[in-house]
Design a protein around this ligand. Structure first.
Ligand code: GLU
Length: 306
């Protein structure tokens, strides 16, 4: 496989060049629109501890909704199955920040990877963490084995200043009794999570626990149980890429989670975790180059979960 990975990665830049210019970076959070749209990086971290990188794989970007997997993993570790009494496990089929779905479903978010679901998951975590922002950061630093991972204060501030819809979601959830803590504490914690700045290699390493049954990539401990890792992977497969999850399953066939910063992480269970980054997004909010690179990689390796 090793030679294969290197050979395939060497071809990826040519493949993504074909889709360059087809999308545009997210601009609803102003700080995100300032990114250089021509960037592209890809990193792989294998379960036997080897790393492969191409392009801008070491450049940091805003991980945005990819953070929802870290939030879920931490929360599921603390609260187990009880979490799913407050957040569902169905694809939403509506935009990630939809208010209307929450209304007709009585304040039960469809899944943990839409904003309402992550707000409830953050609320659950606040019950368990002494210093939420620092504990979350330490968790991610440990997973990526990089003490130099940080929140981006500018992105945080920009999210905060343009966070009316997330605030509305939070108030709505609270009106249904599905939020326990102070709304301002939850929003603060949620915006900080989204503002984490990481590189493809940081993320590929950090997500390796999901390719190895929940085992920590760098320590002799469990991040989540084997069953929980399986559950997180299935949620990534069905709900991880906004309302384009069907297209991802069809074309890539791996559990994936994307963010509007242009990053996508993908898991090949038992083998590796992959992170791709390209800031130009398609209509559904996923990186066009990232999706193309993953599709190509999976075609060439012949590995998917199907
Ligand atoms: N911070 C973003 C928001 O809440 C996350 C968007 C995303 O990556 O899906 O709107």
């Amino acid at each position: 496989m090793e030679r294969n990975i290197e050979e395939i990665l060497a071809l990826v830049s040519g493949v993504v060049a074909d889709v360059q210019g087809q999308g545009k970076p997210a601009d609803y959070i102003p700080a995100l629109s300032e990114v250089d749209r021509s960037k592209f990086g890809m990193a792989i971290s294998t379960v036997d501890g080897r790393d492969f990188v191409i392009g801008d794989a070491e450049k940091r970007f805003s991980i945005q909704s990819i953070s929802k997997v870290f939030c879920l993993s931490m929360a599921i570790h603390y609260s187990g199955e009880a979490l799913f009494e407050r957040v569902g496990v169905e694809p939403s089929g509506t935009p990630f920040n939809s208010l209307s779905q929450l209304d007709y479903e009585n304040g039960l978010p469809r899944n943990p990877f839409i904003n309402s679901g992550a707000l409830v998951t953050s609320d659950i975590l606040l019950e368990h963490l002494g210093s939420p922002n620092q504990d979350f950061l330490d968790f991610v630093r440990g997973l990526s084995n990089n003490i130099d991972v940080h929140y981006d204060e500018r992105v945080y501030r920009s999210e905060f200043d343009h966070g009316n819809r997330n605030a509305a979601l939070c108030h709505y959830l609270k009106s249904f009794g599905n939020i326990k803590n102070d709304i301002s504490r939850i929003l603060d914690f949620y915006f900080y999570q989204c503002s984490l700045s990481m590189s493809c290699i940081d993320l590929a390493r950090a997500f390796r626990f999901l390719a190895q049954d929940g085992a920590h990539p760098f320590r002799e401990e469990e991040v989540v149980s084997r069953l929980q890792a399986r559950r997180i992977n299935s949620l990534m497969m069905t709900c991880g890429t906004y309302d384009e999850a069907g297209e991802f399953a069809f074309r890539v066939g791996l559990p994936c989670k994307s963010g509007v910063g242009g990053g996508i992480v993908a898991i090949m269970p038992g083998e590796m975790s992959i992170c791709v980054w390209g800031p130009e997004l398609g209509a559904k909010g996923n990186s066009i180059a990232g999706m193309r690179a993953l599709e190509f990689f999976v075609q060439k390796t012949g590995h998917s979960v199907f």
